[in-house]
Design a protein around this ligand. Structure first.
Ligand SMILES: Cc1ncc(COP(=O)(O)O)c(C=O)c1O
Length: 391
């Protein structure tokens, strides 16, 4: 079946965070919203059908995730990522962000050091600070526009007593699909110092053409024993509103510790539609995903072909993974407040300010490419015009 990703579907007045919070977030109701990480594409028909079918029963009582759910996840991970997991390794999370917060609560104490590698998905900082843990920063190294981990500083953080590392794999917002060598080197350092790793792999399925996702826990039994992996169909299939994710740990102590915390706060039930949708996505969503990846690749190519027109002011690389691009505006010489204001008021765009993602985000903006190409073209045209008029 052919899906039409070019179709522009209005999301206004659908209680959409991206569209219906524009005034609150940007102070303007008409910015073109290219920020929060969901897609402007219709959720695949196979998922919508599965939800409708369940809805037709018309009784929405407490529900369980049974073997069919676990098997769908197990088969997906084997097929897409060559990672063989067992049913006994799987737990539930009502979202990845709740999942890593629960893991922080389960495995660390107030005052414990937790490593994050900025610029990175900003709820990582909250997961450390909101629970009175100590943030230990291992900023990524930027070289020729690309990003790498700082292994020496990572080892120093471990030596200084870090208890946990929260990894973004692939890395949002810089778009890195970490290689097996990079992950192994990082994992071996954590292993040496017995530092637990939360591997947030929500973007695993959204690796761009020419790159491959590496499951951290698949690299060695030692690394697997100290890793809790978190995955979801939510980003892949545009189901973020359904609050459903999976937590995977082959080490029973980690899984039990996580489940204890999940049960202590009574959020393990999940919701019927999240369960049904995730199962359908993993069982039937692959053809849609393949076409989506081609379409996003087309958007990445379009963005790259546009770069000439934004020179010398905006610089960027094609993301290896995620449908986000990380735009460098530092040549404009603006401070972050002025840059934000320029993007909102002159370019009419709603983007994520780079500084939200911590150290190294200064002078950057994150743009969401999961939209019809015409929308992306409109956004870039608005940006080009604003640059032309103002600089
Ligand atoms: C790295 C990363 N983790 C987690 C999430 C959100 O996860 P959830 O909605 O399942 O809490 C996002 C969303 O953008 C993300 O980029």
């Amino acid at each position: 079946m052919q899906y039409n990703f070019d179709e522009i579907i209005s999301r206004k007045n659908t209680r959409s965070v991206k569209y219906d919070l524009r005034t609150e977030i940007f102070g303007k109701s008409d910015v073109l919203p290219m920020w929060v990480a969901d897609m402007d594409f219709r959720t695949p028909d196979v998922i919508i059908e599965a939800i409708k079918q369940r809805l037709d029963h018309e009784i929405l009582g407490y529900s369980i995730r049974d073997d069919a759910y676990d098997n769908a996840l197990i088969n997906w991970l084997e097929r897409r990522h060559q990672w063989n997991i067992q049913k006994e390794w799987i737990a539930f999370a009502p979202g990845i962000v709740p999942g890593f917060n629960l893991a922080v609560m389960a495995f660390t104490e107030p005052g414990d050091g937790i490593i994050v590698q900025p610029p990175v998905y900003f709820p990582f900082f909250g997961a450390v600070k909101d629970h009175q843990r100590q943030l230990m920063l291992n900023p990524l190294i930027r070289q020729n526009g690309n990003y790498f981990m700082d292994y020496d500083n990572l080892e120093q953080c471990c030596r200084d007593g870090a208890r946990m590392l929260i990894l973004c794999n692939p890395h949002n917002p810089v778009g890195r699909a970490w290689t097996p060598e990079e992950l192994k080197r990082m994992g071996d350092i954590c292993l040496k110092y017995n530092v637990l790793i939360i591997s947030d792999e929500i973007h695993a399925d959204l690796v761009n053409r020419g790159y491959k996702h590496t499951v951290l826990a698949g690299l060695s039994p030692g690394i697997a024993a100290l890793t809790i992996t978190m995955v979801a169909a939510s980003k892949t299939f545009n189901l973020a509103g359904l609050g459903t994710a999976s937590v995977i740990a082959s080490n029973p102590e980690l899984l039990e510790g996580y489940n204890r915390m999940l049960n202590a706060v009574h959020v393990g039930m999940g919701n019927i539609f999240g369960n049904v949708a995730t199962e359908a996505a993993y069982n039937k969503g692959e053809p849609w995903l393949e076409q989506l990846l081609d379409y996003i690749d087309g958007n990445v190519q379009f963005l790259m072909s546009y770069q000439q027109r934004l020179q010398p002011w905006v610089n960027y690389e094609a993301p290896e993974a995620t449908y986000m691009a990380w735009l460098n505006f530092s040549k404009l010489g603006l401070d972050d407040e002025s840059l934000n204001s320029f993007i909102i008021h002159e370019a009419g765009l709603g983007l994520n300010a780079g500084i939200q993602f911590g150290n190294g985000g200064e002078g950057f903006m994150r743009i969401n490419l999961a939209c019809p190409r015409a929308t992306l073209r409109k956004a870039l045209d608005q940006l080009e015009k604003a640059l032309y008029i103002n600089f």
